[in-house]
Design a protein. Sequence first.
Length: 432
Amino acid sequence: PSDTDVGRCTCWSGDLIGPHCTRNVLHSLSHLPPKHPLERRHRAGRCGDDDGSTQCKKGSAKEGHSDPSQEEEDEKQAGRLALDAGNGGWYEASLVQECVTAVGRAQNPPTCSPETAMEVNWDNSGLSAMLFFISGLIHVGVSLSKAATLSDAHGLVFASCPAMDFSCFFLPFSNCTPASIRSASTDTRQEQPILDDGSEWNVKGGFPVPAEEAENIGWSSENVENRFWPKGRFWYRMALMQYVFRLQPSVRESLALETAMEDIGFDHARERVIGWHVRLNVQDVLRIGRGPTLQRHIHALRTVASRYGISRVFVATDDPAVIDNASQLAPELAFMHFQFNRTMLSECGGKTNDCWLEGRLGRGELDADEVTRSWLMDVLLLSHAHAFVGQWGSNLSRLAYLLAVNRRHTLLPFISVDGPWRYTHLPMGSFA
């Protein structure tokens, strides 16, 4: 059953959502509850009709023009209501923190040796894709009671600090390093643990990812603690990503996120915002010419905006023309974006398979610091949204949405215009 007064599901069971908890969030193209899950309960003189409408005309008496500080407190209270809803609340903040703590404990053993840690291979790919992959590796490590450490055989092309690895931007994923594991090793044999699908992989090297999305790496009731298993894949991936996506304090400070939000009018504490991720320049051959059109995106935006009475949209895109075109196609919406050279995300003079950012960075065609900081700003700004329109076929969309759900403590309304979270029936399923 759902609470029609506030429009949130109160019977979460694993990954199931909907009025009767019959839909899997990972299989759904959309999640559009009748009212926004953070909607405050109806009060006289406030937005929200008993018929389900949440729209208010600007300047009307119905809007109430209440004290902005009270509005912000209402939003916080709504978040607390969402947290407390149902059987302890689906998000359950204390359990999320227990999970993150358990991951941190596994990733930071008292001593680093082949018995307590493993070195795994990885490849330079998109930043969002790599974070999903790393969270999957950490999950495998947790299930084996070993810290997962990334091989030092090559550097990170997106890095710009002397370390040339993820520590340029993120707190270390582990206190162990490949060097510390190797120095403590007295055994040259290579163990061969078995994955759930029966395939073998080498704890001292890389292993093949099963032909399934990152959510399935090592996923079974035997590999997840009993207290976390009932929460489902989505919740567990969200907790893993909270551990992975911990920015270095110096990086967070240098990004000056609050200043950037003020500059573009992104006041998420007082006004709800739709986070919109548009990826039009798809570079892999399986999806060229098959991506969703801008018109399809606009239709989805209007659907979300109309249902929840939201008029402001933050857009992150690989095509600078999207921002101007969107304003013309949907003049009733106010679009915001973080200013940087977005043409670098789509321009490429080489062949299709040469246009990936990681390849261009490896060839020295782009500035790594500019690319990574621009990506961080788009992801962080999207993660402050209250509803989402994007493309679950893109790791960036899914990463930003996970961070937003983690920030708001509740599943947020979304529409994916290119497919559900898991779409292994399509050729690109292994990348989902």
